[in-house]
Write a protein that binds this ligand. Structure first.
Ligand SMILES: Nc1nc2c(ncn2[C@@H]2O[C@H](COP(=O)(O)OP(=O)(O)O)[C@@H](O)[C@H]2O)c(=O)[nH]1
Ligand SMILES: [Mg+2]
Length: 242
């Protein structure tokens, strides 16, 4: 299995080298693709140096900050072109523990999309302010109520796609740029009849740097979910079986 970990970065200079090392410790055969949006803190230059020293590390550079969703779409297209079988989404800031990578690979044997979930059997998030926790849990209940998606953490961003999902989804048709991208991708995957599975993860607040989450992004997510559901006339089950 050719495995790629896609990591979008914006101002992550202190995280990129340690996260790459942690990925290779836990999944030595994996490759990493960083997608950097011209970070003002010089992350892009650090990534170029890492890439020149290790052929398992590649970098895509975008000219300007265009949001997490755009970064991933570019990464997905690159992954398909290069023939990867398993394609991960992962944050740069250690909120997504690289030690859990092998669990995803195992779960991917029986599902087309593996979703890391902070909310299977309770809540596993450390160091988050209660306000952020309520926002996240509320968003996940909202998404499940409106769309019917059978996922305990549909807004999460630690996940693993099998190649055929990304080949089937019309990547040009993905409208979200920010965080609602996670919901849009998982919802479309499920609606196409692919199988989803949840695996428990523990989410830790970022190690270094600052969060790029903002209120505007949250509003985008509320509307996006309604729009997606409306487009499918609030049908709460997959449109076709694969
Ligand atoms: N390329 C790119 N990466 C981004 C952008 N916004 C956030 N990221 C990255 O996406 C990941 C999650 O962002 P983060 O700020 O930690 O969000 P939070 O965990 O929800 O607070 C991190 O690796 C960020 O560097 C963006 O506009 N472009
Ligand atoms: Mg984070």
């Amino acid at each position: 299995m050719k495995t790629l970990i896609i990591i979008p970065t914006y101002d992550e200079k202190d995280n990129v080298a340690p996260i790459a090392e942690a990925v290779f410790t836990n999944l030595p055969e994996a490759h990493i693709l960083f997608v950097d949006d011209n970070s003002p803190d010089g992350t892009g230059d650090i990534l170029d140096k890492m890439s020149s020293e290790n052929s398992a590390i590649q970098v895509l550079h975008n000219e300007k900050k265009s949001g997490l969703g755009r970064a991933y779409i570019g990464g997905f297209k690159w992954a398909l072109e290069k023939g990867y079988d398993l394609i991960f989404e992962m944050d740069a800031d250690f909120s997504h523990d690289p030690a859990e990578l092998p669990n995803f690979v195992k779960a991917a044997e029986n599902a087309d999309l593996v979703l890391g979930s902070r909310y299977v059997d309770g809540i596993r998030i450390t160091n988050w302010p209660i306000s952020r926790l309520i926002l996240s849990k509320g968003a996940s209940l909202y998404v499940r109520f409106i769309t019917g998606i059978p996922a305990t953490d549909p807004t999460g961003g630690y996940k693993c796609y099998s190649r055929k999902v990304l080949e089937t989804i019309d990547l040009e048709d993905i409208v979200s740029s920010g965080y609602s991208f996670q919901v849009e991708m998982s919802y479309k995957t499920w609606m196409l009849g692919f199988t989803l599975t949840d695996i428990p993860i523990t989410f830790v607040d970022r190690r270094a740097g600052y969060s790029k989450m903002s209120g505007g992004i949250f509003k985008e997510a509320i509307w996006l979910v309604l729009k997606l559901a409306l487009k499918n006339r609030f049908r709460r089950k997959p449109l076709q079986k694969q």
